[in-house]
Design a protein around this ligand. Sequence first.
Ligand SMILES: [Zn+2]
Length: 177
Amino acid sequence: MSLTSVSEVECRARRHLSEQNIMATPTRVAVVATVMRTDGWFDAEELLNRVREEHTRLSRATVYRLLPRLCNSGLLHMSEFGDGRHRYRRADPGENPSAEIYIIDCGRIIEREAPFLTWYGRTLVGRAGLELESQRLQVHARCSHKRQGGSCELCPHEATALPHPHTSRVGAVRRSG
Ligand SMILES: [Zn+2]
């Protein structure tokens, strides 16, 4: 990664914090910049360890206090899969609805596009005279390889199946059909 792109992400991180009226301390900027550079799902401890590689004095409290605020700001999406861990990934306002598939055997999460999800949610709440605000589909799955005596840790289940728009062209959300 070039120096230019590092400082560009840090600028975006700083801007995001100030838009949320959060003081842009160096450690907070480092946390947000790391989030902005991270593809796929992570939990608070993984993020903490990643940022601590460069910011050794980063406190656990800084990360744990900041994460809910980054969810409120729309930067992050949080899910919990019944194992008590809050998992996060970057959110994108233009992203298509997806199903979160939690693999019980290895704890990994994969995603698949679920284009019918918005229609389903809207139909359900519409019948109750309500308007759809958001919806999610969470699926818990068992690994068939492990069931046959294999080891799930060696499976190539993709960490994340959805391409992140951030890593390609920003704002290039395509609708098919
Ligand atoms: Zn597996």
